[in-house]
Design a protein around this ligand. Structure first.
Ligand code: HEC
Ligand code: HEC
Ligand code: HEC
Ligand code: HEC
Length: 305
């Protein structure tokens, strides 16, 4: 294997001393064909050496990673990394994958990275639990919105805690819902049951509401997703989402349920400060293909409704 790597390297015109280690070949191949995306993490590419980025891919097993690297994935990994990578044989690409996984192996504490079959048969070691921002299931209804003295956040022995208004009392007049913190904030705002101030220092400032629906049609047996700018811009500034969370261009962002569940994209807010991911139909709100018949969405900027 080492020999044909060397030959390939020579054919590629890489200056590789005969004594160069395999790692050096892989590093050079990586730099040539993979670094442009995997150094920066562009488009969701797992970053070289970042264990958080690699935990989920590594857990899927080396066979999956080789397949993704060779054939590409629908979420943006090009087959063999694209044009540059086509110069490499399949086994060389696999060696680069090993090299990438090696960089996080220690941090992940896994047996991953070993060539398939190298691990003793039947000794599949469980991977450490995924330790980052997974949107957890919400507490049962009767455990949500507890008064400050019982919520586990405020010190029950502090007099100040008792002066705070219990959430259920504060939200009593708002439109109820069965999810999140039991309040339908969109309906409450539309019904003027809450009139939040747009700027702290300026009572006259108004939201710049933009009525523009973005349709996202996943290639799966689920309803299409309608992202409504209106309901968001009644609360949020454009800069809350653009450009850090979403590039402002229809279809330009890679959005998927796994990313949302990991607290990215829509999941930055949904499941944390907005209705949770369990409310599928709130986002998946349009029949597949229904948009073909529908008129193009209106785009207008108005003051507060
Ligand atoms: C044009 C950008 C780009 C280049 C170049 C690129 N990748 Fe990727 N890669 C991605 C993206 C985006 C993902 C995440 C896609 C996904 O979730 O499946 C990814 C994911 C991967 C994964 C994880 C796949 C999985 O199943 O989770 C591996 C392994 C990988 N790349 C290897 C490579 C190797 C090896 C090269 C170079 C030969 C390379 N990549 C070059 C963009 C790139
Ligand atoms: C809650 C997050 C969020 C907020 C706030 C937000 N946007 Fe967006 N915006 C999105 C998403 C999501 C898309 C669709 C991206 C995609 O499809 O990849 C989008 C797309 C766009 C597009 C592209 C439309 C097209 O047809 O290509 C423009 C323009 C835009 N937003 C402008 C704005 C402006 C102006 C504001 C403030 C008034 C704003 N956005 C506020 C999330 C947001
Ligand atoms: C920056 C935070 C943020 C991001 C990112 C975000 N949302 Fe929201 N979203 C909110 C808030 C806040 C509300 C209003 C409060 C609520 O409904 O819980 C809302 C409301 C909505 C509503 C309106 C529900 C109704 O009752 O009319 C839909 C639909 C929705 N979001 C879908 C999405 C989708 C799809 C994405 C990703 C493309 C997304 N959101 C990204 C914060 C966000
Ligand atoms: C906060 C909004 C939101 C909620 C809530 C939500 N989804 Fe999604 N879902 C999305 C977006 C956005 C996409 C990506 C659409 C695309 O491909 O552009 C998506 C994609 C999907 C896909 C396609 C595969 C993929 O990962 O891209 C499936 C299947 C799916 N959702 C199922 C569900 C189910 C089941 C629920 C409820 C348990 C749910 N979704 C709740 C926003 C949401």
């Amino acid at each position: 294997m080492k020999k044909h790597k060397l030959i390939a390297a020579i054919l590629l015109g890489l200056s590789l001393a005969p004594a160069a280690s395999a790692q050096q070949f892989e590093k050079q191949a990586y730099d040539k064909a993979c670094a442009s995306c995997h150094n920066t993490g562009i488009g969701g590419a797992p970053k070289l050496g970042d264990p958080n980025d690699w935990r989920v891919p590594v857990a899927a097993g080396m066979a999956r990673l080789y397949k993704s690297a060779l054939e590409g994935t629908p979420k943006g990994m090009p087959a063999k990394g694209g044009l540059e990578g086509r110069n490499f044989t399949n086994s060389e690409i696999q060696a680069v994958v090993d090299f990438m996984v090696d960089k996080v192996k220690v941090a992940l504490g896994a047996t991953a990275g070993a060539a398939p079959g190298a691990a003793p048969a039947g000794a599949a070691q469980p991977l450490p639990p995924v330790a980052f921002n997974f949107n957890r299931l919400l507490k049962p209804m009767d455990k949500r919105n507890l008064p400050p003295s019982q919520d586990g956040i405020h010190d029950p022995a502090n007099d100040g805690t008792l002066m705070l208004q219990p959430p259920m009392e504060g939200m009593a007049d708002l439109t109820r819902s069965r999810f999140g913190n039991n309040t339908d904030w969109v309906a409450s705002l539309q019904g003027k049951k809450v009139t939040p101030r747009w700027e702290r220092d300026n009572p006259f400032a108004e939201a710049m509401v933009m009525d523009l629906d973005i349709l996202r049609a996943p290639k799966a047996a689920v309803q299409d997703v309608v992202f409504p700018h209106k309901q968001h811009t009644e609360w949020l500034d454009c800069s809350n989402c653009h450009p850090a969370i979403f590039v402002p261009q229809k279809g330009a962002n890679i959005i998927s349920m796994p990313l949302i569940l990991l607290g990215q994209k829509c999941g930055v807010c949904h499941g944390t400060v907005a209705f949770p991911v369990s409310e599928c139909a709130k986002c998946h709100s349009q029949k597949k293909g229904a948009s073909q018949a529908a008129a193009p969405p209106a785009q207008k900027a108005t003051g507060k409704p």
